[in-house]
Design a protein around this ligand. Structure first.
Ligand SMILES: Nc1ncnc2c1ncn2[C@@H]1O[C@H](COP(=O)(O)OP(=O)(O)O)[C@@H](O)[C@H]1O
Ligand SMILES: CCCC(=O)OP(=O)(O)O
Length: 358
């Protein structure tokens, strides 16, 4: 009989920490621990949230009676490291240092590797990350921004975009490498990627670069007016950064990072909430249109995923604008927990060697 590996997967996002226990590929326990804007806004940096998120995870596992001493590995969502190829990486000191200082910036996913390392080391088992948010496969032409000092970067929901694209390919009877897809991840951040035969050749920088605004991010802005705002003397650098990430998008307009709250506002007759929520769908549709040009119109499917894809009204607004391009498939939520676990299992079963972060 083959060995059963028990894996703890930890997925810190901007609005939640998702945790799961798997026995090999079989889910034993899964929970989404949601964090409100108020809860998170008391921490100055993402790294300051470390103790809070660690305690929430360990308390939850304890309350559910899960004995973590039986774990074979801990795997976390990978954060803002230097750009790297996709795959499973063992968390080491060099990676830990870059995650702690935020070598490419601050995002909740930086905590994935750090939490995996801390918990795994106490148990003397290996810590891994899989397909971090800096997976970089974009074509060279997509790196050019219009200002030589500023290069466009690949920062996106790599783990879920690829996991869901693989699922869609399987559902269509083929492999990921057989198809061209446009994948829109609709979460706390929003990324829209052009997947050409298994490679994400262009994608918006979902953190603080470009693309649609999102529940907690400003997205692409009118550059001249933004520069004026930065030098108006009204805001510190930290305040401006928060306006871009954390306090932007739906939070700035409507005071919440929770799509379900916005739906309730609209149901209660709030017309402004409807306009803002519709504008977010409009910007996603425009980004999808851009990706269809990148793929020269050869698009096998448009895939909508992430938490907001549970909302049929929101996905309907997008679909009515983009269905002329290709069929629209909706995979609400995410496949990230199983994708993390499978990445760890491939290494534990010696089907693949863990990559080292250089
Ligand atoms: N049924 C729903 N309707 C609208 N929005 C939803 C629904 N379910 C979840 N969401 C929203 O999805 C977003 C979180 O998506 P998720 O993919 O879990 O992102 P993250 O990993 O960034 O937290 C939040 O804004 C959450 O409120
Ligand atoms: C940093 C890109 C990935 C991202 O935005 O994730 P969340 O939506 O979980 O914040």
């Amino acid at each position: 009989m083959s060995e059963v590996y028990r894996i703890l997967a930890i997925n810190p996002g901007s609005t939640s920490t998702k945790i799961a226990i798997f026995d090999n590929e079989k889910p034993v326990f899964e929970e989404v621990l949601r964090h409100s804007t108020e809860e998170l806004s008391q921490y100055k940096t993402v790294f300051d949230q470390y103790e809070f998120r660690k305690n929430v995870i360990l308390d939850t596992l304890n309350e559910k009676g899960i004995n973590i001493t039986k774990l074979a590995a801990v795997v976390g969502r990978g954060g803002l490291l230097k750009p790297i190829a996709g795959g499973t990486y063992r968390v080491d000191e060099a990676m830990l240092e870059d995650l702690k200082v935020g070598v490419l910036g601050q995002h909740a996913s930086n905590l994935g590797g750090v939490l995996a390392f801390e918990i795994a080391c106490q148990l003397n088992i290996p810590p891994f990350i899989v397909d971090p948010v800096v997976v970089d496969e974009i074509q060279d032409i997509a790196r050019i921004s219009g200002m030589p000092e500023l290069e466009r970067k690949s920062i996106f929901h790599a783990l879920n975009q690829k996991a869901v694209a693989r699922r869609a390919a399987k559902d269509k009877g083929g492999d990921y490498q057989d198809f061209n897809f446009i994948v829109a991840h609709l979460g706390g951040g929003i990324s829209v990627g052009a997947h050409e035969k298994g490679k994400v050749i262009d994608v918006n920088n979902a953190l603080d670069g470009d693309g649609p605004f999102s529940p907690e991010r400003a997205g692409g802005l009118p550059a001249g007016d933004f520069a004026k705002l930065c030098f108006s003397g009204k805001y510190t650098h930290d305040e401006i950064k928060k306006k871009l990430v954390g306090q932007g998008g739906l939070v700035a307009y409507l005071g919440t990072n929770d799509g379900r709250e916005v739906v309730k506002m609209i149901e209660a007759g709030d017309e402004r909430a409807e306009v803002i929520y519709k504008a977010m769908a409009y910007q996603v549709a425009k980004e999808i249109g851009g990706c269809s040009a990148v793929l020269k119109g050869k698009v096998d499917a448009i895939i909508l995923t992430g938490g907001i894809a549970y909302d049929k009204i929101f996905t309907g607004w997008i679909e009515e604008k983009v269905s002329f391009i290709s069929e629209v498939l909706v995979y609400p939520g995410e496949d990230e927990m199983i994708a993390l676990t499978e990445g760890a299992l491939r290494v534990l079963r010696e089907e693949e060697e863990a990559k080292l972060y250089q």
